[in-house]
Design a protein around this ligand. Structure first.
Ligand code: NAP
Length: 277
C-alpha cells in the first residue's frame, strides 16, 4: 500500500516540475526560419491552438490560408495586426461534410499553384449528431475529412520543394479501442457514455497517427514529410460540448492555467511550428 505521504510527495513534485517547465520555457520561439514565399494551409486556425500557431506562422511571412466553419474575420484581423502580414486568407470548410471538403479542395486548386505546409489542426472533441454523410461526426471531422483533404491536396504539396503535412493528434491516441469494425460501429448519439466518447476521440487521434505514418512512407520519395504531434494540454473549447453532459464540468483540454492565450509562452505549442518551418 502506498502511504498518504508518498502520494502527497508525488503530487507536490509534479506541481513543482510543471512550474519549473513553465518558468524556464522560452516566451516565444526565436529561431530565424522564414516562411516568405511559402503557402501554409491550416484547418481550425481561427481559434484555440490553431489561432496561436497561425499568428506565429503569419509572422514568418507566409501566405496563410485558414480553413474553418465559422466567420473568422475578427481572428484574421487579429492575426494581421499581430504579424504585420496582410496575406492571410480565410476560407470556409465543414469537415463534417465530404461535399464541403471536396468543394474547398477544388477552390484551393483554383487559387494556388502549390501548398508547402498543410496543417490538419481542426478537431472535434465530442458530438452527438450524425454528420450529413451519416457518419460518426468526431471520426469524420478528425480523421476521414483530414485524410480526404490531404489526399486531395497531394498534387499541390508535390509542387513544393519541401512539402510538409502535420496532423494535430493527441496523447488521447493511447486511449483507444480502434479496430476496423469500430470505425463503422453503431453511433450512440445522445446515449454516449464518458467511456465511449473518450475512446471515440482517442480512436480518431490514433487514426491520425496511422495516417500520418502512411503519408510519410508514401510521399517520402517526393520530398514531402508527414508528422503528427501532441500539442500539449491546453484549456480550449475542444470538449466544450461535453460540459455538464456527464455531471462533470472539467472536461476542457487542460486547466485555466494552460489557457490558450498562454500558448505562445509554453514550448509545447511550438511543435507544430517547428515541423512547419
Ligand atoms: N486543447 C488540448 O489540450 C488538445 C490536446 C491534444 C490535442 N488537441 C487537438 O488540437 C486541435 C485543436 O484543438 P483546440 O484545443 O484548439 O480546439 P478548439 O479551440 O475547440 O478549436 C477547434 C478548431 O477546429 C475547428 N473545427 C471544429 N469543427 C470543425 C468542422 N466541422 N469543420 C471545420 N473546422 C472545424 C474550429 O473552427 P470553427 O470555429 O469554425 O468551429 C476551431 O478552429 C484538435 O485537433 C484537438 O484534437 C488539443
Amino acid at each position: 500500500m502506498l502511504g498518504v505521504d508518498f502520494i502527497i510527495g508525488i503530487i507536490l513534485w509534479l506541481i513543482i516540475l510543471k512550474i519549473i517547465i513553465y518558468i524556464t520555457a522560452p516566451s516565444i520561439y526565436k529561431g530565424p526560419e522564414s516562411l516568405v514565399g511559402k503557402v501554409v494551409l491550416i484547418t481550425g486556425g481561427n481559434r484555440g491552438i490553431g489561432f496561436e500557431v497561425s499568428k506565429e506562422l503569419a509572422r514568418r511571412g507566409c501566405k496563410l490560408i485558414i480553413a474553418c466553419r465559422s466567420d473568422a474575420e475578427r481572428a484574421r484581423q487579429e492575426i494581421i495586426n499581430f504579424s504585420n502580414n496582410e496575406n492571410v486568407i480565410v476560407k470556409r470548410v465543414d469537415l463534417k461534410s465530404f461535399k464541403s471538403v471536396r468543394q474547398f479542395a477544388s477552390e484551393i486548386h483554383q487559387s494556388e499553384k502549390k501548398v508547402d505546409v498543410l496543417i490538419n489542426n481542426a478537431g472535434v472533441g465530442f458530438d452527438t449528431i450524425l454528420s450529413e454523410d451519416g457518419l460518426n461526426p468526431v471520426l469524420q471531422a478528425n480523421i476521414y475529412s483530414a485524410f480526404l483533404l490531404t489526399h486531395l491536396l497531394i498534387d499541390l504539396l508535390k509542387q513544393s520543394d519541401d512539402g510538409r503535412i502535420i496532423f494535430t493528434s493527441s496523447s488521447f491516441a493511447f486511449a483507444n479501442n480502434l479496430t476496423i469494425d469500430n470505425l463503422d460501429a453503431h453511433f450512440p448519439g445522445d446515449d454516449q457514455t464518458v467511456h465511449y466518447s473518450i475512446l471515440n476521440y482517442g480512436n480518431s487521434k490514433l487514426a491520425q497517427l496511422i495516417s500520418s505514418k502512411i503519408f510519410a512512407k508514401k510521399l517520402w520519395e517526393y520530398g514531402i514529410k508527414s508528422n503528427a504531434i501532441h500539442p500539449g494540454i491546453i484549456y480550449t473549447d475542444i470538449f466544450q460540448a461535453m460540459e455538464g453532459k456527464f455531471g462533470i464540468d472539467l472536461c476542457r483540454g487542460g486547466t485555466r492555467y494552460n489557457r490558450v492565450g498562454n500558448v505562445a509562452k509554453t514550448q509545447e505549442h511550438h511543435r507544430t511550428i517547428f515541423l512547419g518551418l
